[in-house]
Ligand binder design. Structure first.
Ligand code: MF3
Ligand code: CO
Ligand code: CO
Length: 256
């Protein structure tokens, strides 16, 4: 399959879906405090998307996933399953990843939350991982190579003595949740396809404090670091513009 190029009209719809996904993360932020369970956070997001946004939570039923958000705490890299037993505690670092479908178009985004007072090494991991997302996005413009994104991310992660998860990548997105191209978060510059105006894809680096290797738990979803050290992830859906990129899932308090 070829990589789809979205028209200005289609990007308008991506912008709407992206904004809604960002607003889910904004809505949930004040609720992310010690004592709340990931199951309760999931329920709040679900009800907001369905009842307030009149939109569809894309994760529900996706390959058998049953929840609206992925909630990935500490050593969990991605795809953590919300549940009523896991209650957030002071010092946890949490990723909430949500995808909303509006009018057939997808917006996919995630951010990290520092729960209560977090150790400086965890604060640093979270901050550097957000910087990795921004370095990746800043490599995006027509004519740039797709591997320039991963190269920028890997350089910044390794400069900070972190590793980059290789098993999971960013992805094209539109009326289909995951489509071409794959956006690797590591690699050499100047490889693969060249970016064109109208391409839409996610960048979603997963950065580890220790080894890059991961394992999937018996639930078939939860992905953890092999060494049990912590991992962080930030994700945006972006569009390639005539002279760079547009963040379709930008939040009002992007750096809050
Ligand atoms: N939102 C994730 C991504 O960034 C995918 C989650 S799939 C799920 O691509 F089934 F686990 F929800
Ligand atoms: Co996502
Ligand atoms: Co994604």
């Amino acid at each position: 399959m070829k990589i789809s190029i979205k028209s200005a009209e289609e990007i308008k719809k991506m912008r709407i879906a992206g904004k809604l996904a960002a607003e889910v993360l904004e809505m949930i932020t004040p609720h992310v405090v010690p004592g709340i369970s990931t199951g309760e956070l999931d329920k709040l997001c679900h009800e907001f998307i369905v009842n307030v946004q009149n939109a569809i939570p894309a994760n529900v039923g996706y390959n058998g996933f049953e929840k609206t958000i992925c909630s990935s705490i500490n050593q969990v890299i991605c795809h953590g399953i919300p549940n009523n037993e896991r209650v957030l505690k002071d010092g946890d670092i949490l990723n909430i990843d949500v995808t909303v479908i509006k009018d057939g178009w997808h917006g996919d985004t995630s951010k990290m939350f520092l729960v209560g007072k977090c150790a400086p090494h965890n604060q640093r991991l979270v901050k550097v991982t957000q910087e990795c997302l921004y370095k990746g996005m800043e490599a995006v413009k027509p004519g740039a190579y797709i591997s320039d994104i991963g190269n920028a991310i890997q350089k910044h992660a390794e400069k900070n003595y972190y590793s980059v998860v290789e098993e999971y990548c960013g992805h094209g997105i539109g009326t289909v949740y995951h489509e071409e191209p794959q956006v690797l978060h590591y690699g050499k510059p100047g490889k693969g396809i060249q970016l064109k105006e109208g391409m839409c894809f996610t960048i979603e680096p997963m950065i580890n404090q220790g080894t890059k290797y991961c394992k999937t738990l018996k639930d078939g979803w939860t992905v953890e670091t092999k060494d049990g050290r912590n991992s962080a992830q930030w994700e945006h859906t972006i569009a390639v513009t005539s002279d760079g990129f547009e963040i379709l899932t930008k939040r009002n308090n992007e750096f809050e």
